[in-house]
Design a protein around this ligand. Structure first.
Ligand code: 3MF
Ligand code: MG
Ligand code: MG
Length: 411
């Protein structure tokens, strides 16, 4: 193999990208409610054991590149775009004005805003720290983020509590911390009601995001189910305004079936927003692009969401790998993540309308002949041959995933 000169590497990547084929046009991509986070595109590749591999970039480049790709929505933390010291000051509104101008010029909409309550040193003891001063600051941050959201035209606000938990035992009293955390969410909702009224807008949908490990050792609200219990706990003054932003990998990380977690959120009427990515069970938050690890599971997740008419955002909360260059982030990583999502979404439609899946599912629901329902043996015999359809359905979904349902034969 001949070494590839530096100045020919981008051309090679571009040539192989177009050789891959199957890309959707930007106009097609814009038809889906896909949002690109500022932080995902600007992620420079750093981590606890890793130095950055890419330069930092600002919202101007990110929004422009998203527009080129066909990502029609953008989401951001307050401090992704506004320096901490400018928050709530005139300088903040100057940045927000520039962002609005940029969004309009590029025909991109801001779908979601979120307060960063995990990175800055002020959050060392978490967003619901013992200190009343820090808790007041947390309220300021979420109220301010609500204002920014309305100004940018967003409809969703997300809260990932980050450091709500502990490393060492005994110092944190869980019920107290949870009450304090609820006070911050209440401050956001109550302020939202006022701001929405003065602006003549609807209130935002407030979405809680759980994560089972990282950055604390023990987490007080580790799962979407824990968040549902928190919403229903009586601690929130406006539980009707608060729902979930599950993240696919955050559920998978603790070993659950993400689709079942999403089903529970759907039943509760609380699936507001969805962070899409991929990764592995019982590992840290690797934030890999959707479909690269668990495409079959993803297909099934989207079948569930399509069949329940989920119409909220699909937020690309993943991290382009450290091996991907700045060029690669926008030429490879984002377009391919978007296209895998669209493909899986369309395949989910094929699963739903597939005649074999449908007939098999209907047959299972029709059941076997009616027998004495207190006779376990007779009931077993009455269904014995029908239940092979479970595996047949799974095989059919695999065929749809790889295109074998359209006659694709390999080998
Ligand atoms: C952390 C996350 C966060 C949240 C974001 C939204 C950096 O694992 O997933 O992304 O999604 O803070 O509030
Ligand atoms: Mg994550
Ligand atoms: Mg997330």
């Amino acid at each position: 193999m001949t070494p590839i000169p530096e100045n020919q590497q981008q051309a090679l990547v571009s040539r192989l990208m177009s050789a891959c084929g199957g890309a959707y046009s930007p106009a097609t991509r814009r038809r889906y409610f896909i949002s690109g986070p500022q932080w995902a595109a600007a992620y420079p590749g750093h981590a606890l054991f890793h130095a950055p591999t890419r330069p930092e970039i600002g919202f101007e480049d990110v929004i422009r590149k998203y527009a080129d790709i066909g990502i029609g929505y953008w989401s951001t933390h307050d401090t992704d775009v506004i320096p901490t010291e400018a928050l709530g000051k005139d300088a903040q509104w100057e940045v927000v004005g520039r962002i609005n101008k940029f969004l309009t010029e590029n025909d991109v909409k801001c779908s979601m805003v979120t307060a960063e309550t995990f990175h800055h040193a002020v959050w060392a003891a978490g967003p619901a720290a013992e200190s009343p001063g820090v808790r007041e600051y947390a309220k300021f941050r979420v109220r301010n983020t609500v204002e920014i959201g309305h100004e940018l035209g967003a409809h969703f606000a997300v809260y990932w509590p980050g450091s709500l938990g502990y490393f060492v035992q005994g110092a944190v009293e869980e019920t107290e911390s949870l009450r304090w955390y609820a006070q911050a969410i209440n401050a956001a909702c109550e302020h939202d009601i006022e701001v929405a009224r003065t602006k003549g807008r609807n209130t935002l949908k407030h979405c809680l995001e759980a994560k089972p490990f990282e950055p604390q050792a023990e987490i007080l609200l580790p799962t979407s189910d824990a968040m549902l219990a928190f919403i229903a706990s009586g601690l929130l003054t406006h539980p009707e305004m608060v729902g979930l932003n599950p993240e696919y990998l955050h559920e998978l990380m603790w070993g659950v079936a993400p689709r079942a977690a999403l089903a529970r959120a759907l039943l509760a009427g609380k699936l507001f927003h969805f962070d899409i990515n991929d990764g592995y069970r019982l590992k840290h938050d690797v934030d890999i692009g959707i479909g690269l690890v668990n495409p079959l599971d993803w297909l099934n997740v989207l079948v569930l969401l399509r069949s329940h008419s989920y119409n909220g955002p699909f937020n690309l909360d993943y991290k382009p790998p450290r091996t991907t260059s700045q060029f690669g982030v926008f030429e490879v990583s984002f377009p391919t993540a978007v296209d895998r999502f669209i493909t899986l979404w369309e395949l989910a439609g094929e699963v739903i309308s597939d005649p074999i899946v449908k007939e098999a599912t209907d047959a299972l629901k029709a059941g076997g002949p009616m027998v004495d329902v207190l006779d376990a043996e007779a009931l077993t015999r009455a269904h014995r041959e029908l239940l092979s359809l479970h595996e047949l359905i799974a095989h059919r979904i695999f065929q749809i995933l790889i295109g074998a349902h359209r006659g694709r034969v390999i080998g």
